[in-house]
Design a protein around this ligand. Structure first.
Ligand code: G4P
Ligand code: NA
Ligand code: NA
Length: 194
């Protein structure tokens, strides 16, 4: 998605060889019109499949997931990272280890919203080592639902997530894939350094 790559190049801040800050449009501030275009891009990638629901993880996955749900006309469910006051029984849960943060979080989902009748599209903001995505796949399997694929806004292609998910036979569609962040420069896959 060309406009997304331009946004990453102009607004992204390279914090290290492996981390890029994209708070201005993805992880803190949201540009609704731009996010709507992201939803349209996912809807067109997954057009023709019989997706019944979209699953994401709070918090930064919610905006792209909701816009995708709007464009595909299906409900959106976000798995929770912390225990909720009202969400405490009939839960599916999975442990997600973050290599970046060196901590494990339990994510959870009510069994009310995903059933064996559903075909799920998982949406997330960033794919690094793929542990969050794997946790969402785990929740989908616990619910007995079918998985159509995973849509990612920004993939870090130099980390392990994409290969790990593809090895499991999961379809992963990323709107922008960063090849490298070395020397403070952002380069995308299949492109010369810009
Ligand atoms: P993984 O799920 O792919 O294995 O990723 P990891 O544990 O490394 O990611 C932990 C958190 O850090 C996730 O957000 C993820 O989106 C974010 N993250 C990882 N690499 C980058 C990066 O290069 N840039 C940015 N901006 N974020 C990155 P989270 O804790 O779930 O937060 P949020 O959803 O509340 O924003
Ligand atoms: Na994030
Ligand atoms: Na996320």
């Amino acid at each position: 998605m060309e406009s997304l790559k331009q946004k990453i190049l102009t607004e992204g801040k390279v914090l290290s060889d492996s981390v890029v800050k994209v708070d201005s449009f993805l992880n803190h501030q949201v540009d609704p019109a731009f996010m709507h275009a992201i939803g349209e891009a996912f809807a067109s990638h997954f057009a023709g499949s019989n997706i019944t629901k979209i699953l994401t993880l709070e918090s930064s996955g919610i905006a792209p997931a909701v816009m995708t749900g709007l464009c595909m006309d299906v409900p959106v469910i976000f798995a929770r990272k912390r225990k909720s006051l009202t969400l405490n029984e009939g839960l599916y849960s999975a442990d997600v280890y973050s290599y970046t943060k060196e901590e494990t979080n339990q994510i959870s989902l009510s069994d009310d919203y995903i059933t064996s009748e559903d075909t799920i599209l998982i949406i997330d903001d960033i794919l690094a080592n793929g542990q969050a995505a794997l946790g969402l796949v785990d929740l989908t399997e616990q619910a007995g639902a079918a998985l159509e694929g995973i849509g990612i806004v920004v993939e870090k292609g130099f980390q392990k997530g994409k290969a790990m998910l593809s090895d499991r036979g999961i379809r992963v569609e990323s709107l922008a894939t960063i090849a490298s962040l070395k020397n403070g420069r952002i380069t995308f896959e299949n492109e010369e350094a810009i």
